[in-house]
Design a protein around this ligand. Sequence first.
Ligand code: UTP
Length: 297
Amino acid sequence: MKPKKVTKAIFPVAGLGTRFLPATKSIPKEIMTLVDRPLIQYAIDEARAAGIKEFIFVTSRGKSALEDYFDVAPELESALRKAGKDQLLDILKETNMDSGAIAYIRQNRPMGLGHAVWCARRLIGNEPFAVLLPDDVIAAEKPCLAQMVDAYEQTGGNVVAAMEVAPEKTSSYGVLDIAEDMGSIVKAKGMVEKPKAGTAPSNLAVIGRYILTPKIMTNLNKMKQGAGGEIQLTDAIAEEVKSGKVFGYRFRGQRYDCGSKAGFLQATVAFGLARPDLRDEFASYLNDMIALQKAAQ
Ligand code: UTP
């Protein structure tokens, strides 16, 4: 039997974004732009491409710019229409959401990713759901979440996006303990959040895309604080390994950690170079910069 379709997605965006202070004092991290699109737009496009119809944002104080971003902007649109700027009007259309397709839930204290997801429990009800962390941006021919929907339909279990990382990096991630490696899909027998150096069960790290069964919400109901004093989503998923229903999915694509400064800069370069309208000028500038750096060494 095919599992129930995934049509709801949670976007937890209530974190403090401290790694980008002072910018994030007044700008939500998810509004920071790669070339000319905010991080949140990449996540929304990816979710839409995977068949998501309901978009649930878990927000907090100071995130109103994020909410405004999805509203229709009548003055701007009429000015563009009058000026005959149809191409720009088309670009704006991508940012509009159908009435009722988007919901905002408040997380009143940043108690961790697990807690943020749990805040959306009443909107999820008894359905499977996706979770996308917008600061993980994934460049892929077939969008990552759509690849994961296929894996979910194949396994019927919880599917987490996974990628190999260097052993010294495992302590920054949730890490899978592998029961069975089937290639792109991996069955997990455990999952540990931010393992101490030298204790990681593998180097297969979980990144910010999940397809989860409603049981995860039930598990979150009784969760206590885990690593870092936060309520961890990893712990609620790890509870399901006993039932053989947790799978890692090695997605095809390049992930950029835009929650970190280095990752954000790398993504800016990659997305800039991928844009036909910018590529030549940008590449030539980068080449000059590299030549200057080398000359200075
Ligand atoms: P991060 O670990 O990147 O935390 O959260 P952060 O607060 O966004 O950034 P730093 O580390 O202080 O720089 C991963 C994701 O989980 C969300 C964040 O908004 C981000 O999308 N999150 C985290 C919440 O929604 N609530 C929380 O309590 C914690």
